[in-house]
Design a protein. Structure first.
Ligand SMILES: [Zn+2]
Length: 318
């Protein structure tokens, strides 16, 4: 079986015209019994190998440095994380068991999204089998998110003058509250969020453009909004990089979302976002973000569909 998989890899090694970023440490952290399926990272990685992705297409995340984290987060918050000195309210808001390992996981995710952004700028597209922790604010974490990998990666690419403007396209079912707060008043970062109104987070600080949908809306209003806005804002804002949170949680069976999108609808969403960016020569860094279907195979399938869409688009535009 192993030999057959190797043969496939040799035969179809060029199947993925872009790089992946991943770390096996993503699923090693012990968060206890939790709705967040950390093992999805491993299953997706293994599936990609079975689909013919060569191991040398995967780049390992390294933990973000303090300097990188501080591009977005406050020194006081970082100090509290380092010293495991979060208040009871902060621990509650995190909704995840706190540990030094969880902080390391968060730092790895930040480093991973930075690396994915770099690879996307080199090749036009890259996929992080991780990341998308958009509920982390500069001064606190919440909703399973300790550090905001996407915000730090955007700030880092601008700080290094690799790009002048970044657009964050956030299609996780939950509003990207931490990201919106991080970039309020910063004109070089455009934050676009399509999310469900009647779920967490109750406070949704305004981003550059927010589309709020309601429980049960389904494919049509969602895709209508994506079609109406995505190509237009790419044209108008002209980002040098798109960071795309391809959340699997708008899915109809999701336990934490109720937008009721079908898998076909989610594929169409990916096609519009990735296709519209690449057709304009805009590099895209994809991160996975949330996904809480009762059957983890559904979450994995949706994320793999995003990779398949990326594959098809990138074959045309690489
Ligand atoms: Zn979510």
């Amino acid at each position: 079986m192993g030999d057959l998989a190797d043969l496939f890899r040799v035969l179809f090694g060029k199947r993925f015209p872009f790089k992946f970023v991943y770390s096996k440490d993503y699923w090693m952290v012990d968060v206890g019994k939790h709705v967040f399926p950390l093992q999805k990272y491993r299953i997706i990685y293994e599936n990609l190998l079975m689909m013919g992705a060569r191991k040398d297409r995967f780049f390992r995340s390294r933990a973000a440095t303090d300097e990188e984290v501080l591009l977005v987060h406050t020194p006081k918050y970082l100090k509290r994380l380092r010293e495991a000195a979060l208040s009871r309210a902060e621990l509650q808001a995190l909704e995840m068991r706190f540990s030094p390992e969880l902080v390391r996981f968060a730092r790895l995710a930040v480093g991973g999204t930075i690396l994915t952004a770099r690879k996307a700028l080199e090749d036009g597209l890259a996929v992080h089998i991780g990341g998308g922790f958009h509920h982390a604010f500069p001064d606190h974490g919440e909703g399973f998110c300790v550090l905001n990998d996407v915000a730090v990666a955007a700030a880092k690419m601008i700080a290094e003058k690799r790009v002048r403007k970044v657009m964050i396209v956030d299609m996780d079912v939950h509003h990207g509250n931490g990201t919106a707060a991080a970039f309020a008043g910063r004109e070089e970062v455009f934050t676009f969020s399509v999310h469900q109104m009647d779920v967490y987070p109750s406070d949704k600080p305004s981003g550059s453009l927010d589309v709020g949908l309601w429980s049960g809306d389904g494919d049509d209003p969602y895709l209508g909004a994506v079609r109406a806005h995505v190509p237009r804002i790419f044209e108008e804002f002209g980002p040098g990089l798109v960071l795309y949170l391809a959340g699997a949680d708008p899915y109809e069976k999701d336990q934490l979302g109720g937008l009721k999108l079908t898998k076909e609808g989610l594929k169409e969403r990916d096609k519009i976002v990735i296709g519209s960016a690449r057709a304009r020569g805009i590099p895209v860094a994809v991160v996975l973000a949330g996904g809480y279907a009762p059957d983890i195979e559904d979450t994995v399938d949706i994320h793999l569909n995003t990779v398949r869409v990326a594959q098809r688009v990138q074959r045309v535009h690489s």
